[in-house]
Design a protein around this ligand. Structure first.
Ligand code: PMP
Length: 410
């Protein structure tokens, strides 16, 4: 994998910020888009734009064919059995809400359990909280080990026969830790629970096989994997999608509309009400082509090598705390850290002055930060177009910031 060559596909990376060459390390929030994806968006709007699934004219047929070809690309990318199991959404959040509403409200009853973990993003907490409140269920959190990994012993204790849904992130958006989804699926299925996976931070970074994971649902976002915003995917096993109700109603998702009731279209259309994000879907297909041409295993290995390179340098800085496992093998390219006596917002602002973009805050994971007993952290998140030079620039900028704020002199 030649990161320097791949960078050339990302025009946005070649700019200066505060008179310094940009180092973009906020990929967990959203990734940049290669020319190949931008070209597809432009091409679609310049030449093919039409509504899908209804017209018989040439443009409508072309747009529909391209949109459905993108669905097939997604299917292949995640190794789903059939295209009917691939639903286009607005993103991970929408997918998780659909499952909580459309299926959760049907199968979770008073006194039942919904099991999540202490490291979930708000998108994988709040929909379940709402469901638990509505039906009178219990929301239970699997604890973490001291290293910041999911505690499988605790998982075994908490996934009881009352559990109807287990919903866990495949990779943490804060600590970068990768969770053992296959083992969790097995635990969930032993008690007849549905296994839902938040794949927002994994789908962009590693090869996926939803069948091998035995996930019942798997949600992810296009914008975190070189695609546009406003498009995402919810994979669901046919057996559950047939039980699950749509949560949005209107055009495109119906079979027949009578005066007093309606019947639903076949899968996957029963869930996709209204005009979809056609350009977004087609461009997500282009993003998948782009990622697959590099190779998902190569991307994963490259990011782990970057973490292996930068973590010791970060840990060697006086006063630095890194959250999550120190073993790069257990990591995606996401690293959360703090520096004693320096507020992460001040740190992120100072790094920006050096052209280095990182995130600071609670990363939409307030319960996790409470669990870790911190208010906020800085977070550097790498992607395949980042280099060792970017990692060095981060380390140098942290040193410069520490000096500026008077650290290291006492
Ligand atoms: N889950 C995780 C782990 C995430 O990192 C994110 C995005 N920060 C989401 C869910 C929500 O994704 P989106 O905002 O694209 O719906």
């Amino acid at each position: 994998m030649d990161a320097l060559k791949l960078r050339e596909d990302f025009p946005i990376l070649f700019q200066t910020v505060n008179d310094e060459p940009l180092v973009y390390l906020d990929n967990a929030a959203t990734t940049q888009k290669p020319k190949q994806v931008l070209d597809v968006l432009k091409h679609y709007y310049e030449l093919d734009n039409a509504n899908v699934h209804r017209g018989v004219h040439t443009l409508a047929e072309r747009a529909t064919a391209d949109y459905e070809a993108a669905r097939e690309k997604v299917r292949h990318f995640i190794n789903a059995k059939e295209n009917a199991e691939v639903l286009f959404t607005r993103g991970t959040t929408t997918g998780l809400n659909w499952v909580a509403r459309g299926l959760g409200e049907k199968i979770v009853k008073k006194g039942d359990r919904i099991v999540i973990s202490q490291m979930e993003h708000h998108s994988n907490i709040v929909p379940w909280q709402e469901l638990a409140h509505k039906v009178g269920a219990e929301l239970v959190y699997i604890d973490l080990t001291v290293e910041g990994e999911l505690d499988l012993v605790d998982a075994k204790k908490k996934i009881t026969s009352h559990t109807k849904i287990v919903s866990i992130a495949h990779a943490s958006n804060v600590m970068g830790v990768i969770n053992p989804i296959e083992q969790l699926s097995a635990l969930a299925h032993e008690v007849g629970a549905v296994m839902v996976v938040d794949g927002a931070q994994s789908a962009p970074h590693m090869a996926l096989d939803v069948q091998a994971l035995d996930a019942d649902f798997y949600a992810f976002s296009g914008h975190k994997m070189c695609g546009p915003t406003g498009i995402g995917v919810l994979y669901g096993k046919r057996q559950w999608l047939e039980v699950m109700d749509p949560v949005e109603f209107g055009g495109e998702m119906i079979d027949f509309v009578y005066h007093d009731h309606s019947t639903w279209a076949e899968l996957p259309y029963k869930f996709e009400a209204g005009t979809p994000n056609i350009a977004g879907g087609i461009a997500l297909g282009a993003a998948i082509d782009y990622l697959e041409a590099i190779g998902m295993d190569e991307i994963h290995a490259y990011e782990q090598a970057l973490v292996e390179y930068v973590l010791p340098k970060l840990l060697a800085i006086d006063g630095v705390t890194v959250y999550g496992p120190s073993d790069p093998e257990k990591h995606t390219g996401v690293i959360a850290f703090n520096i004693d006596g320096l507020h992460p917002h001040d740190l992120a602002t100072a790094l920006d002055m050096e052209g280095v973009a990182v995130r600071a805050g609670h990363h939409c994971a307030q319960p996790l930060l409470k669990y870790l007993a911190v208010q906020s952290t800085a977070r550097a998140s790498f992607y395949f177009y980042n280099t060792k030079e970017d990692a060095d620039r981060l380390i140098e900028a942290i040193h410069a910031t520490k000096e500026f704020f008077g650290h290291g002199f006492i």
